[in-house]
Design a protein around this ligand. Sequence first.
Ligand code: ADP
Length: 622
Amino acid sequence: MSDKRETLGFQTEVRQLLQLMIHSLYSNKEIFLRELISNASDAADKLRFESLASPDLLGSDTELGIRIEIDKEKHQLSIIDNGIGMSRDELVDNLGTIAKSGTAEFLQQMTGDKQHDARLIGQFGVGFYSAFIVADKVTVESLRAGSDPADAVRWESEGQGEFTIEPMESNVRGTRVTLHLKEDEGEFAEGFRIEALIRKYSDHIGFPVSVTDVADEEAETKVVNSATALWTRSRNDLSDDEYREFYKHLSHDFSDPLTWSHNKVEGKREYTSLLYIPAAAPFDMWNREAPRGLKLYVQRVFIMDDAEQFLPLYLRFVKGVVDSSDLPLNVSRELLQQNPDLTAMRGALTRRVLDMLKKLSGGDEYAAFWSEFGQVLKEGLVEDHANKEKLAKLLRFATTQNADDAQDQSLDDYLQRAADDQDKIYYILAENYSTAVASPHLEQLRSKGVEVLLLTDRIDAWLAESLVEYEGKALVDVARAALDLPEGEEDKPQDDLNKEHEPLLQKVGEVLSARVESVNVSRRLVDSPACVVAGEQDLNPQVRRMLEASGQEIPESKPILEINVQHPLVARLSDEPDDGRFDALSNIVLDHALLAEGSQLENPAEYVQRMNQYLLNTGNGA
Ligand code: ADP
């Protein structure tokens, strides 16, 4: 046999992950058992599913279950399932490579700091490789269901750079994972310790998990867990700890979930759902191709992982199970899409998640949720018009009333503070918090005590456009030309103001005609000499920059320049007799207005030259 043995190298990412996992999860080493039992349970689930179409796969071995063998003398622990098993190629692929895209980038974020790294690995999902935390050698023997006994395979590795693979004979279907325990990990070959761990981590697995002590001839095999899938039990019988453990089994996440919701729906459509909100975003949340969705069961029989049809894309961070009594057992992804019940279920599950978030939003944990998932949830405003109101209540913003950039103010908070006669909700879009909060566009509003939402996420421009209004109050971009300020008695209409300063506006407009659409007297400035605003039909400059960055062609549109006639620099402009200097100063005022809103100058060198020249000219008293 051994001449058929091959030695293969792990993919680089696996090698790195192995090192990191052993190092950063050591203080939590016992979780390896949960991970391996989870895998065994998944394997049994998969076989039960495949046997629906091919009952022969089960043969005479129809009782699916998981057996743990401990051997104190040999210092070994084996996790044995009679599930689907793996072929040679599956073993090489599944246990030699990581298929998730973005893994290499993810691993680069590891710092060597145990706590930090443990958290990251939790987001990634621990799994089979956690066996190497306690074992210095792992042997996996497997026979794929339906395969010939001669096609069984043995995989073995010391968790360094490589593994071996060789054919073997076996007429036992499924997989046996044997851990050759490290010198000082003998506790994991102790019956009482293993039984306690199964009760703690794997009680809710839908298959019986039994323990056999092979070193003790007297000892009998006994089933340790309750072997009832957790979601089939009544809410009243379940403790928070049991829900948490089930989440970890389901998600391979290492941390506790933030919250969950467990419901049985009866009536026309019957199904049970158990939905969890994780505490941290998975590392590939922004990869649109990454697997997402719920684990689907039909009448307790596992059907598929990652059934994405049950929730909208913007809720892709939700983990959970849905177990339907009505869907056909042979349902496929394609059939799911066409199933008339699905739309209703999707609607109901979406509302469940939003209700769960609403509850969460009343407590301290919501800030953590928002910082992890707020940006994804915002996609909902754009995608899911039916739930706009519910989603709008869940939004959190930084505003001009905050001392810092924390996104912790709701629209209700905003309206509560607003004056009774304020009929609008003001917002500004900017690249980042410091640009937003220092923007000249806010000056007049600030001096009148009007609060402005500071929107700095990439998606915010679309968010504001989709939201349109909240509680009957229109959302208004403060960088748009026709800004309706809450009026004071002293405010004059725009046309009157422009008329009073017509000669100046005209002259500046001529000088800058290639660069601006028009020039207005500003009603929104207090301390700054000028700002630029967008016409009603034009793209917001923030959106324009984003579209340009993504390589899209955008029709030219020039901004409108607004000048603050109370400002000394504008007064100087007005009194400037020299045409050259008037020209230079007009351009500089515009350049500064563009810089202040975070735009880039088309020709920075020209600006610097103009500025230097102007400084020299005024500096020597000319
Ligand atoms: P994950 O379970 O998160 O996919 P793992 O590293 O734990 O990652 O396992 C990788 C893959 O190996 C699994 O997706 C599964 O296909 C396969 N696998 C692991 N353990 C078993 C088992 N006991 N029986 C069959 N397949 C298994």
